[in-house]
Design a protein around this ligand. Structure first.
Ligand SMILES: Nc1ncnc2c1ncn2[C@@H]1O[C@H](COP(=O)(O)OP(=O)(O)OP(=O)(O)O)[C@@H](O)[C@H]1O
Ligand SMILES: [Mg+2]
Length: 139
């Protein structure tokens, strides 16, 4: 298992996924890519200007979160790469996994939106459905 891709959306669940991925990376001496996708906004009632503002602040928040993760892992003997992409989260996760030839994708079972749902979130579920490589959904 050389390449691990972790999908991180800032949620507690994705923190758990990251923690598990770090354990795996240490064990298998894998490289770790942490990906956060800034979703496009479909709120049609907002003006383009407002959408842009929200998008910019989301992008900034996401980059800061990735920077924090990178720093927190800098003491560990793992090669870590962080990526921020824009678009549909599941599609970008799948696309990145294919491009980097990931051996496994690690996601949380829930994200920022899911409350106490029994079923897993729509992003992790789409990733499981369409991924060509194994997916570890951390509960
Ligand atoms: N924008 C994102 N960027 C990167 N990873 C994401 C993103 N959104 C979700 N994920 C990954 O998918 C996991 C499950 O989140 P998901 O979005 O499927 O659940 P949810 O937010 O609870 O429900 P939903 O979004 O369907 O309302 C997260 O823990 C994270 O690993
Ligand atoms: Mg979500």
């Amino acid at each position: 298992m050389q390449k691990i891709l972790v999908a991180h959306d800032g949620s507690k669940s994705s923190d758990k996924a990251l923690k598990r991925a770090v354990e795996l990376a240490l064990k298998f001496n894998s490289t770790l890519t942490v990906l956060a996708v800034v979703p496009e906004l479909y709120l049609t009632e907002l003006s383009e200007g407002d959408k842009q503002k929200i998008f910019n602040s989301l992008s900034k928040e996401t980059s800061d979160a990735m920077e924090k993760i990178r720093k927190s892992l800098s003491g560990k003997s793992i090669e870590v790469k962080t990526l921020v992409r824009q678009g549909d989260p599941a599609e970008k996760i799948l696309e990145t996994a294919q491009k980097m030839k990931a051996d496994v994708i690690v996601t949380g079972s829930h994200g920022r939106h899911g409350t106490k749902k029994f079923l897993m979130g729509s992003v992790s579920s789409k990733v499981v459905d369409y991924s060509k490589c194994p997916v570890l959904v951390v509960k």
